[in-house]
Write a protein of this length. Structure first.
Length: 448
């Protein structure tokens, strides 16, 4: 898997053309032995080739173009692309009118000359962390393809498109972990920015209090580059940090309960490696997190806002929904206005607690997911789907509920099933967190 920096250097040095990169992506997507057909719901081969040829002509003529110009990327099916219908992983939107403009986040990447190769598959309406889709199929995690394991959701196709090298960058969304859970299960990096930094215009909504747009990529630096372009509030140059002297808090309450043996082992080994590299590790207590399951009993804030968004469409076209998604949305119908406001008030209090307890630390660490990716077949029963969905999102959702920024990067032992180390910080600490994550990445990569 190549990084954005490597591809950019090859393009600038003219050792590869943008058309070469696009053709390589299209070939991998079309490979019948691969996951392209399940990872993408639509591929714009003609548009990608035309855009690549334009960039190549500009470079050949000596015109000044962005270093990122000509690099293909994938866009989750939740984003508007001008002239295309945004189906959000569903079939009930197929007859909607096409978008008249690109989503702002996608437009900013295209403004740098990057090329959308296609729309990636996702959990319908982004409302699940396992990544199953009964309409378009479920792309398989790169680990143990013979068994067929879940990719994580909701940005399932985005993660697999990166993990399989179809693209170096996938753009997804993260409401409860939809960038970080797939990253954990697929062995790549996924980032959730501080809410509101990346404009949501042109992105199909699930929960306006939680929705964020984030990158999935092969490295922390790739995510930083994409985040900077989409947010437009920094240059993407990560602070130079070393593991030695980093002040890292290990969150203990709730997030370490029920870890599978593989994740428990890999998390312990990751912490040991960081400590050996000179990081200063401390335990962080946050017992208030035990209130979250009760808040979410009927869907919580996300559920109430999802019901607000979908109730009219469910009334008109509910039979066309994935039943598992529709049931989760409808569960929140019973949340009263008073309950919703109470949840919001308690969330604000816990966000303030997190900011105070974070003082003196560079990042908070926890496993991104409780488990490695289970077999798709093991989710056939609704009770197992519910259980694995909760396992996929419990820890990542902590970052969303506390309104922080958070990143998942691979922490598994060499050859083991992928699982992610999550680092998080309060709202607005994005640039600093990228610097910390870069240091963590170097330590973890040095073990292989």
């Amino acid at each position: 898997m190549q990084t954005l920096a490597e591809l950019s250097r090859q393009l600038v040095e003219r050792t590869v053309t943008s058309r070469d990169l696009v053709e390589r992506s299209l070939a991998l997507i079309a490979d019948p032995a691969g996951e392209g057909a399940r990872s993408f719901v639509a591929v714009d081969a003609g548009g990608a080739r035309a855009a690549a040829d334009f960039v190549d002509r500009q470079r050949k003529r000596g015109r000044e173009v962005s270093p990122l110009a000509g690099i293909p990327f994938s866009a989750k099916d939740i984003f508007d692309l001008a002239g295309e219908v945004t189906t959000a992983g569903s079939t009930v939107l197929r007859n909607d009118p096409p978008a008249t403009a690109d989503a702002v986040a996608i437009a900013r990447l295209k403004h740098k000359g990057m090329i959308v190769i296609g729309r990636t598959n996702m959990t319908e309406f982004a409302y699940s962390g396992v990544g199953l889709n009964p309409h378009y199929g479920t792309p398989r995690s790169p680990f143990d393809r013979a068994t067929g394991r879940i990719p994580g959701g909701s940005s399932s196709g985005a993660a697999v498109s990166v993990a399989d090298g179809m693209v170096a960058l996938g753009i997804g969304t993260d409401t409860g972990g939809s960038c970080r859970a797939p990253a954990s299960y697929c062995g790549i990096v996924g980032y959730k920015p501080s809410h509101g930094r990346v404009p949501l215009a042109g992105c199909s909504p699930l929960s306006f209090s939680f929705d964020s747009i984030g990158p999935l990529a092969t490295s922390v630096a790739c995510c930083a580059t994409a985040d900077a372009v989409m947010a437009g509030d920094w240059d993407g140059v990560m602070p130079e940090r070393q593991a030695r002297g980093l002040r890292l808090a290990v969150l203990r309450d709730v997030v370490l309960d029920g870890l599978t043996p593989e994740v428990e082992r890999d998390f312990a080994l990751a912490l040991k490696a960081l400590e050996a590299a000179g990081a200063i590790m401390s335990a962080m207590s946050f017992p208030e997190l035990r209130e979250i399951p009760a808040i979410n009993a009927r869907g919580g804030i996300v559920g109430a806002e999802a019901w607000f968004t979908h109730r009219a469409r469910i009334a008109a076209s509910g039979a066309g929904y994935d039943p598992r998604v529709r049931v989760r949305i409808e569960l929140a119908e019973s949340i009263s206005a008073a309950d919703y406001l109470c949840h919001l008030a308690r969330r604000r209090e816990m966000i303030q607690l997190f900011s105070r307890r974070f003082e003196g630390y560079d990042a908070v660490l926890l496993p991104a997911t409780l488990n490695t990716a289970p077999a798709i077949a093991s989710l056939a029963e609704d009770k197992d789907y519910i259980r694995f969905n909760a396992m996929s999102l419990r820890n990542t959702y902590t970052g969303n509920f506390l309104n922080g920024c958070a990143i998942s990067l691979p922490m598994q032992a060499p050859g083991a099933a992928p699982c992610g180390l999550m680092a998080m910080a309060p709202w607005g600490h994005d640039r600093s967190l990228f610097g910390v994550a870069g240091a963590l990445e170097r330590v973890l990569a040095a073990r292989s």
